[in-house]
Design a protein around this ligand. Structure first.
Ligand code: SF4
Length: 169
């Protein structure tokens, strides 16, 4: 699922599948997907295809792992429209970047754990321009050898962030 976004109808369809095929248990994964432990004899590929057709969800195996919090789409703390930004960033990520884990948070609370991703992005501020419009700034973290992300760049504009993402690959 892109950015962990799932409608009630899609969830209902997946839950029905779990009722029939997975002992009625759904699991939310750390990467914002839904997992089921299928009962013996269930054809996983067939069931996945059926669910994709019914829900309209598509496989995201060709895209990188990208954790995205709700941002200001739904969260009062959110500084940015994280899913919109995630869509823009995905368009910049190339072959190298597809092998990395990414996380984007809508504020410093860092609910997507950007400090644990290969590339962590935190919406850090809204800056008021001369025309009165507020535009977001982002801090960029890169995973270090000790297993925790460290601040690589501070207060990037969205264009600057997209440029850094292209450089990463
Ligand atoms: S990181 Fe901030 S904006 Fe995102 S869900 Fe957490 S509190 Fe909300």
């Amino acid at each position: 699922m892109f950015a962990g976004k799932l409608t009630a109808e899609q969830l209902s369809i997946i839950a029905d599948s779990a009722d029939q095929n997975a002992d009625s248990v759904l699991m939310v994964t750390a990467n914002q997907n839904i997992a089921m432990q299928l009962a013996p004899g269930v054809d996983a590929d067939k069931e996945l295809n059926r669910l994709q057709q019914l829900t309209g969800l598509v496989s995201t195996t060709s895209t990188p792992t990208l954790r995205v919090c709700p941002g200001n789409h739904e969260c009062k703390m959110g500084l940015t429209a994280t899913r919109d930004i995630a869509g823009k960033l995905l368009a910049q990520i190339g072959e190298q970047g597809n092998k990395l884990t990414w996380a984007l948070s809508g504020c410093h609370n860092s609910c997507t754990q950007p400090q644990l991703a290969d590339v962590g992005i935190v919406s850090s501020a809204l800056v008021k321009g001369e025309n009165g419009e507020r535009t977001p700034r982002f801090d960029l973290y890169r995973l270090g050898a000790e297993g925790l992300g460290t601040l690589a760049e501070r207060s990037l504009t969205l264009d600057e962030l997209c440029s850094r993402v292209r450089e990463i690959g």
